[in-house]
Write a protein of this length. Structure first.
Length: 343
């Protein structure tokens, strides 16, 4: 079912309503539209309603570069919302990955009752690629609403150790006669508004624990190139193609510097044991098409430095609206290593 709404706020609100009704709902836009959707996305976080948000990034801020590529919406995808509003962010790296990422996003949103961002970009969205036909019989699943009666239900049950509770769609009969409320206000276990300090602390922790649980389940990315060595390139989204070619190019022309790479699909949360990979390399360079920032780090680089507190994580950035060329990556690696050596 497709509904064309009058604006971005109406679109995300209608998607949330469909999700509350038991449907798998999707809304999408580019950066400026995501900014308009942010308040409602915060509501979905507070109400713990599953939602898929597709953000096809382009140059910004504001209307910026509407037809050029940039990866500068990671911050708003991870943090765009009032208060502590944890959500999941996944970034496909090519057209085939978009197909499987969409399925994964739906499964995560439904299991964890949380908004999930699919963070694509202009370079992927306007690309045509051939890939092996998916096994639809194995992949397709029945995700209709289950209206089977239950004895009782708490949509925000604090007794769940990992914080995960699925909502029941409206119309489900609850035999004890205690029907819950879904609200964007802080609430108790039945959804009734509550301003109690202890309750807010418990519910904030509950919403956080769900994301921490997911982090423990995310697989580590595959290392391309040597399993350990001098330089690890970290990419996400459309940077992955040229990064992989740069690793192959370096392997074909052996030098004193070894080059490896990983593709980060899960950006928020990151895999729990990602630090084990980073420790195997002398230098970690995060390649992304966004600004180096006032502290010299791009957006994913900043998140990784905050997560792992490791100064060897540095950024390779550009904001010309074009995808990375292989030689740009190789030259940037050489420049970074030269600066490190001279220091």
């Amino acid at each position: 079912m497709f509904v064309q709404c009058e604006d971005e706020i109406a679109s995300v609100s209608m998607a949330i309503g469909a999700s509350y009704a038991g449907r798998v709902s999707v809304t999408g836009s580019s950066g400026p539209g995501i900014a308009l959707k942010s308040e409602a996305i915060g509501w979905a976080v507070m109400a713990e309603v599953p939602l898929i948000v597709c953000d096809i990034q382009r140059g910004g801020p504001s209307t910026g570069l509407p037809t050029s590529v940039e990866q500068s919406d990671l911050n708003i995808a991870c943090f765009g919302g009032h208060g502590d509003s944890p959500r999941v962010v996944i970034a496909p790296c090519d057209v085939e990955d978009c197909f499987y990422t969409a399925i994964e996003a739906v499964n995560i949103a439904r299991k964890y009752s949380v908004p999930v961002f699919i963070l694509s970009d202009q370079a992927i969205a306007t690309r045509i690629e051939a890939f092996a036909e998916p096994d639809l019989k194995a992949l397709c699943q029945e995700i209709g609403s289950d209206l089977s009666p239950v004895s009782s239900h708490k949509p925000y049950d604090l007794s769940s150790p990992d914080g995960i509770v699925q909502h029941l769609p409206p119309g489900t009969r609850i035999l004890d006669g205690k029907y819950p409320v879904i609200t964007g206000l802080e609430h108790d276990e039945m959804g009734h508004p509550s301003g109690a300090p202890k309750m807010h602390m418990q519910m904030t922790a509950k919403r956080r624990r769900k994301i921490q649980k997911l982090s423990a389940e995310i697989p580590l990315p595959e290392i391309h190139g040597p399993e350990s060595g001098d330089v690890l390139l970290v990419g996400w989204g459309s940077t992955w193609g040229p990064i992989l070619e740069a690793v192959k190019s370096a392997a074909a022309s052996p030098s004193s510097v070894s080059l490896s790479a990983i593709n980060m699909r899960h950006l928020n949360p990151m895999p729990d044991r990602l630090g084990e990979i980073l420790e195997k390399f002398q230098h970690v360079f995060v390649v992304e098409t966004n600004d180096g920032g006032i502290y010299g780090y791009g957006q994913l680089c900043m998140l990784m430095r905050a997560r792992f507190c490791n100064p060897k994580i540095q950024g390779i950035n550009k904001t010309d609206g074009l995808t990375f060329k292989v030689r740009e990556i190789l030259n940037a690696v050489s420049d970074k290593l030269a600066i490190t050596t001279s220091a």
